[in-house]
Write a protein that binds this ligand. Structure first.
Ligand SMILES: Nc1ncnc2c1ncn2[C@@H]1O[C@H](COP(=O)(O)OP(=O)(O)OP(=O)(O)O)[C@@H](O)[C@H]1O
Length: 368
């Protein structure tokens, strides 16, 4: 099925195009190339049935939506958390499509004043789905306004300042808020508690990524053999967005340097060229491990220091590189800072010095 076959396609495409336009600048992986963005949009699953992996979340969400449909009520508010590129925006779009309702999209950093939020909320119609990306970055006053809106479908708009200020209550039609965050831990308890359904998206297994790459290759009309897609999947850091991006780069390589077919050898050569290694680590991942091992003897070292040492924003190291390195067992978080595991030393082809943290006291490490 092509994206255009889907009944909600037109409505989604408008919302999606406008939203992606606004956040293009911040999507470092996607760049501002309109063609790349169009391809990314075309590859998005349009219904829960098309979503690959995340079986539990899919099943839970399907139940929540079906129950709401049968009661003819708007579904409970939904919080989606997990590292970038795992499908939070895609799921928000699907929630709206499955409820046959329009999706309104905004993001936490765009809501700097409570008034910004009041304007968005007052423009909603009954049953609309409001997607707030990076919800943990909303301003405090807006957050407090959102509590009331989520619970009572009402906000108090404050007119004036100081002792003369008056609160004017404003009714809002019932709506569903879908919040997305890479940092669920940063959400204040009262906000988290107001979501009726919370789902944490996990990194994908290689077999699931392989299915995603095969589906995307099919949609893009890229001829690929099974070993070729498996090679791309195994180097995609457990992340569908990266899998799709690597597929596009391997396709480029296959077209320019070969006969256009994605084989294992072509994928191998292309990904080496783009500095994605066999475990899927990219330049930033390797830089983090390199600095940690070579400069700080394996740690422990604070994440801010690590970020400065690799020349990246703290958020990027914390939200992009770190979760993957923890997941593949190369980095651990401890109360005293980040430390390299034996796997990190092996990956870099180095041997851990006698005083490296893991050799000293394993009880230092937190369970997660
Ligand atoms: N389960 C899935 N099955 C197939 N493709 C997927 C799946 N999840 C995500 N994708 C693909 O990965 C791309 C990235 O997904 P999406 O933009 O929803 O991620 P995200 O979690 O919202 O990331 P960010 O927080 O960085 O915006 C989508 O274009 C889609 O094609």
């Amino acid at each position: 099925m092509t994206p255009d076959d889907h009944p909600q396609s037109a409505a989604l495409d408008d919302a999606e195009a406008a939203y992606l336009e606004r956040r293009a600048e911040s999507l470092t992986e996607l760049g501002a190339d309109p063609d790349e963005r169009a391809v990314e949009a075309a590859l998005r699953p349009r219904s829960l049935d098309e979503v690959i992996g995340q079986h539990r979340v899919r099943e839970q969400l399907s139940l929540v939506l079906e129950a709401a449909r049968s009661r003819e009520r708007t579904p409970d508010h939904v919080l989606l958390s997990g590292p970038p590129g795992l499908g939070k925006t895609t799921l928000a779009m699907i929630i709206a499509a499955e409820m046959s309702r329009p999706l309104r999209l905004t993001s936490g950093p765009a809501i700097t004043h409570a008034g910004d939020l009041a304007a968005i909320l007052s423009g909603l119609n009954e049953g609309d789905v409001l997607f707030v990306d990076e919800i943990h970055r909303m301003s405090r006053p807006a957050e407090e306004m959102l509590y009331l809106a989520m619970e009572d479908f009402r906000v108090d708009v404050i007119i004036g300042k100081g002792p003369g200020a008056t609160a004017i209550p404003l009714e809002i039609p019932p709506f569903t808020l879908v919040g997305a965050t890479t940092r669920a831990g940063l959400l204040p308890g009262p906000l988290r508690d107001r979501f009726g359904f919370t789902a944490h998206l996990e990194f994908y297994e290689p077999a699931e990524l392989d299915e995603i790459v095969r589906r995307s290759a099919g949609l893009l009309g890229v001829p690929a053999d099974p070993e070729g897609t498996a090679e791309i999947a195994s180097r995609s850091r457990g992340t569908p967005r990266i899998a799709n991006r690597l597929l596009r780069r391997v396709r480029d390589y296959a077209q320019v340097r070969s006969d256009g077919v994605v084989t294992r050898d072509i994928a191998h050569r292309a990904l080496d060229l783009f500095e994605v290694d066999h475990s899927g680590l990219d330049r930033l991942d390797r830089a983090v491990l390199d600095v940690l091992c070579r400069r700080f003897g394996g740690g422990p070292v604070g994440v801010s220091t690590l970020a400065v040492a690799v020349g990246e924003e703290r958020e990027t190291v914390e939200e992009v590189a770190e979760p993957f390195l923890v997941r593949v067992g190369m980095l651990a978080r401890t109360p005293r800072g980040r430390v390299a595991t034996p796997g990190a030393w092996t990956h870099l082809g180095l041997s851990a010095p006698a005083g490296a943290p893991f050799a000293v006291d394993e009880t230092l490490f937190e369970a997660d």
